[in-house]
Design a protein around this ligand. Structure first.
Ligand code: SF4
Ligand code: SF4
Length: 356
C-alpha cells in the first residue's frame, strides 16, 4: 500500500517548542494566578514552580529591527521566551521574580508601554487594513495608533471597572469581532458599478449570491453583461465588493466610521453579547481620526466614572439601561439606532438558489 502523504500543516504551529520550559512542565497544572501590578501577571503551579509574565504594547506592524530589539530584550533580561497576544501585545515569561523589574526598565527605556492587564484598556485588536487586505474602507492600523496614543494612560494603569477590549474593522462584513467598544467602517451609499470591468473581473452568479438582501441582478449594460443594484433594497454592507471589485463601495466622503459598544466573547459573570450601534456617520478622517477619538474617550470616561467594580461595559449598560447610557455619555440617540427592520421574510437572501 502506498504510504499516506502527511497533511500539510498551514494552521497555527504546535506551541510547545516555543513555550517557556516551566510552562511546558506545569501545563494544565496551575494552582492560582494573581496580578501584582499593571502589566505583570504571576502564576504558581501545583509543583510550586512560579512564572511572571510582563506584558508590553507593540505597534503590531513592525519592521525587523524592532522585532530584533524585542528579541534581544528577551535574551538579555528575560528567559528568552516571548509570545504575541491576539491584541498585538508582547509577553515575556520569566521564572525568577528578580528579573521582572530590570525587564520592565529595559522595555520602558526603549519606549514600550507596560500594561494591558486586568482592568486596563488593552491594546485594540485591529484588522489587516491596507497593508494586507484588498477591501478596507479605512486603515485599521492608523485608527489604532491614533487612538492608543490618546489612551496611553488607560493602558498602563488599571483604573477601569473591568477589562476593556476594543476592536477595529476596516470593512463592515469580515474580521473584527465583538468588543466592549468597536470602531467599524460604515458605508452609506450603494456601490458604484464600473460596467466596463464587470464581465472581465466578476463571476456574476457569485456576486448575486453574496448580497444578503437580494439587491443585485445580472443586467446587460451597453451590450455587455454586467450587474445592477436595486438601491432601495441595498443596505450598503459592501459584501459584493470583495468578489467584484468593480462594485466600488469605498468612498472618501460616504464611507464613514461607526462606534458600537457592549460586545464580549467572555462568559464570565454574564453571557457573551453582540455589540450595538451607538454612534454613526463619524468622518473617516485620517491620519488622526479626532472625531472617533472624542466619542471613544467620552464612552470610556463615563464607564470609568459610573461602572461598578467588575462590571464589563455591557454589564454596566444592562444595569443603567440604554436610555441612561445615551444621557450619561451625551451621545445623540437617533432613529437610526432603532433596529426595526422587518424585511427578513420578503427580502433576506436566505435561499441557496440564484435569482435571475
Ligand atoms: S475587516 Fe474587512 S477590510 Fe479589514 S482586514 Fe478584515 S476583511 Fe479586510
Ligand atoms: S451586497 Fe451589500 S452593498 Fe452590495 S448590493 Fe447587496 S446590500 Fe448593497
Amino acid at each position: 500500500m502506498a504510504e499516506l502523504r502527511p497533511p500539510i500543516e498551514s494552521g497555527a504551529p504546535d506551541p510547545m517548542p516555543y513555550m517557556h520550559p516551566v510552562m511546558v512542565k506545569n501545563y494544565g497544572k496551575w494552582s492560582f494566578h494573581s496580578h501584582p501590578k499593571p502589566g505583570v501577571l504571576y502564576h504558581r503551579a501545583e509543583s510550586g514552580d512560579e512564572v511572571w509574565t510582563v506584558k508590553a504594547g507593540t505597534a503590531r506592524q513592525m519592521d525587523h529591527y524592532t522585532i530584533r530589539e524585542l528579541a534581544d530584550i528577551a535574551d538579555q533580561y528575560g528567559d528568552g521566551f516571548v509570545r504575541f497576544t491576539a491584541r498585538s501585545n508582547i509577553e515575556y515569561m520569566v521564572a525568577d521574580g528578580s528579573k521582572v523589574e530590570p525587564l520592565i526598565k529595559a522595555l520602558s527605556d526603549k519606549g514600550y508601554p507596560i500594561g494591558g492587564t486586568a482592568n486596563s484598556v488593552s491594546m485594540i485588536a485591529h484588522t489587516q487594513g491596507w497593508l494586507h487586505c484588498d477591501i478596507p474602507g479605512t486603515d485599521a492600523s492608523g485608527v489604532v495608533k491614533a487612538l492608543m496614543d490618546e489612551l496611553y494612560d488607560d493602558f498602563v494603569k488599571c483604573e477601569m471597572p473591568n477589562r476593556v477590549k476594543m476592536s477595529t474593522s476596516c470593512c463592515e462584513i469580515n474580521c473584527g469581532g465583538q468588543a466592549d467598544i468597536a470602531i467599524i467602517v460604515q458605508h452609506t451609499k450603494p456601490p458604484k458599478i464600473n460596467h466596463d470591468l464587470v464581465a472581465n473581473v466578476c463571476e456574476r452568479p457569485s456576486v448575486v449570491a453574496r448580497c444578503p438582501v437580494a439587491a443585485i441582478r445580472p443586467a446587460l449594460v451597453n451590450g455587455k453583461p454586467s450587474l445592477e443594484v436595486d438601491e432601495k433594497k441595498c443596505i450598503c454592507c459592501g459584501a459584493c465588493f470583495p468578489p467584484c471589485p468593480p462594485m466600488q463601495i469605498n468612498d472618501p466622503e460616504h464611507s464613514k466610521i461607526a462606534i458600537w459598544v457592549g460586545g464580549k466573547n467572555s462568559n464570565a459573570r454574564s453571557k457573551p453579547t453582540f455589540h450595538k450601534l451607538v454612534a454613526s456617520g463619524l468622518p473617516n478622517s485620517a491620519p488622526r481620526w479626532p472625531e472617533v477619538a472624542e466619542v471613544v474617550k467620552k464612552i470610556l470616561a463615563t464607564y470609568k466614572a459610573d461602572g461598578k467594580p467588575w462590571e464589563r461595559m455591557i454589564d454596566w449598560i444592562d444595569r443603567i439601561g440604554w436610555p441612561a447610557f445615551f444621557e450619561k455619555t451625551g451621545l445623540p440617540f437617533t432613529k437610526y439606532h432603532i433596529d426595526n427592520w422587518r424585511g427578513g421574510r420578503a427580502n433576506l437572501n436566505a435561499s441557496a438558489h440564484i435569482r435571475f
